[in-house]
Write a protein that binds this ligand. Structure first.
Ligand SMILES: NC(=O)c1ccc[n+]([C@@H]2O[C@H](COP(=O)([O-])OP(=O)(O)OC[C@H]3O[C@@H](n4cnc5c(N)ncnc54)[C@H](O)[C@@H]3O)[C@@H](O)[C@H]2O)c1
Length: 369
């Protein structure tokens, strides 16, 4: 098992990363949190449906087990779900020292995390990510939030977890759409911070190149853990340097400026987060090219990579002006300008705030079939 220590302003916590470490959940809980009695698992119908027998049985061996099960989907990352969690917590008389385990992808992590941050002015929180996105990104760094009036993550706060448990073997039950969703975020780490991560993915893919189910094979391979570990380590270091997203943490938003606008316009249901980010990355690459950075060969090799990883390169139909308008509602829109992360070179990101709207528009037009 790999352990990453994350040092933040109010808390130093560990990320445990290992295949099948779920078996040792109770041990890790006792090691990291004193005098635990009640454990409240927050999950959704789908994930709990798959892992109910395993996780409930393990927790019940040592603790009082309670559960709060939400409906599945980004559309439930909202205030109604928060209200539901708060009333369930009241019903079970949850105390500050009880532990909330947020067991799921980014939606559950963000929603349950915000509930843990606010109920009783803050409860013990374990992030237990079950998607690639959650394991490499959303569970780390304390950003917790819900969406409001079709605006993403607009109600939220920073609340660092007390522990993160990351078992890549839980990814085996993801469907192909969710695997590509997560691979989009991994590509982001590779392009912005460490290209070796992309080489690692390609080398794993190569092992299974003739296998129709190669995406399932790579995420089930024990070596995939090392890719998760590398991304989680990058995220942790950035969080330590810029916990409150004032500077370097912005770099994690590579592909997100237009990605978030696409999610808003195309709809969370039709485009998942990773796919939206993957498309946003293509816009960021075009904008980088327009600024005289990178070169067309690099863009071409990334498009080839997208084919291998089954990432989207186009959207069907879309109103460009609507996307441009949606950019104005992004949290990265400050003083009338959007913030874009571009690449001067591979692994050499730069933050831009004054990009000509025509260039932005062209980069979006390039996405439309
Ligand atoms: N807090 C942050 O720093 C941060 C960073 C990135 C993304 N996010 C947020 O994360 C969310 C996206 O997260 P996501 O991509 O994990 O989506 P998600 O949480 O909706 O999960 C995707 C789907 O996979 C299912 N699922 C989860 N684990 C599974 C498993 N092991 N087996 C089978 N199915 C499983 C879920 O039920 C869901 O249907 C967005 O809301 C985004 O805003 C937050």
């Amino acid at each position: 098992m790999e352990i990453i220590k994350v040092k933040t302003l109010n808390r130093i916590y560990s990320i445990y990363i290992g295949n099948n470490i779920t078996e040792k959940l109770n041990e890790y809980l006792k090691e990291n949190i004193k005098d635990v009695k009640n454990v409240i698992l927050i999950s959704n119908e789908k994930i709990f449906g798959i892992y109910k027998n395993k996780i409930e049985k393990i927790i019940k061996e040592d603790f009082d087990f309670k559960k709060i099960i939400l409906k599945d989907g980004e559309e439930y990352k909202n205030i109604d779900s928060l209200k539901f969690i708060y009333s369930e917590l009241l019903k079970i008389n949850a105390h500050r020292n009880d532990v909330i385990i947020s067991f799921g992808g980014g939606v559950i992590g963000d929603t349950a995390g915000f509930a843990a941050a606010t109920f009783n002015r803050g409860m013990k929180l374990i992030q237990y990510p079950t998607t690639i996105i959650a394991q490499v990104d959303s569970s780390i760094g304390g950003k917790v939030a819900v969406n409001f009036e079709n605006t993403k993550n607009i109600i939220g706060c920073f609340y660092q977890p007390h522990l993160i448990i990351c078992d890549p073997q839980l990814l085996k039950t993801l469907n192909e759409n969710e695997i590509t969703n997560g691979l989009g975020e991994i590509v982001k780490y590779g392009l912005v911070f460490d290209y070796q991560i992309i080489n690692d993915v390609l080398s794993l893919i190569n092992t299974y190149k003739n296998d129709e189910n190669r995406l399932f094979k790579i995420i089930s391979d024990e070596k995939f853990k090392n890719i998760i570990y590398k991304c989680a380590r990058i995220k942790s270091k950035i969080v330590e340097e810029d916990e409150f997203d004032l500077n370097k943490r912005n770099l994690l938003n590579f592909g997100h400026t237009i990605g978030h606008a696409l999610e808003k316009v195309v709809g969370f249901k039709n485009l998942n987060h990773g796919q939206a980010v993957a498309l946003g990355i293509l816009c960021a690459l075009d904008l980088s090219l327009s600024m005289g950075y990178l070169n067309k060969e690099i863009k071409k090799s990334i498009l080839d990579l997208y084919d291998i990883l089954k990432l989207p390169k186009f959207i069907d139909k879309c109103d460009v002006d609507e996307i441009l308008n949606a950019l104005k509602f992004d949290k990265k829109f400050v003083s009338g300008k959007n913030k874009f992360i571009l690449l001067e070179e591979l692994n050499k990101p730069v933050i831009y705030t004054d990009i000509d709207e025509k260039l932005i528009k062209n980069s979006i037009i390039n996405l439309i079939k």
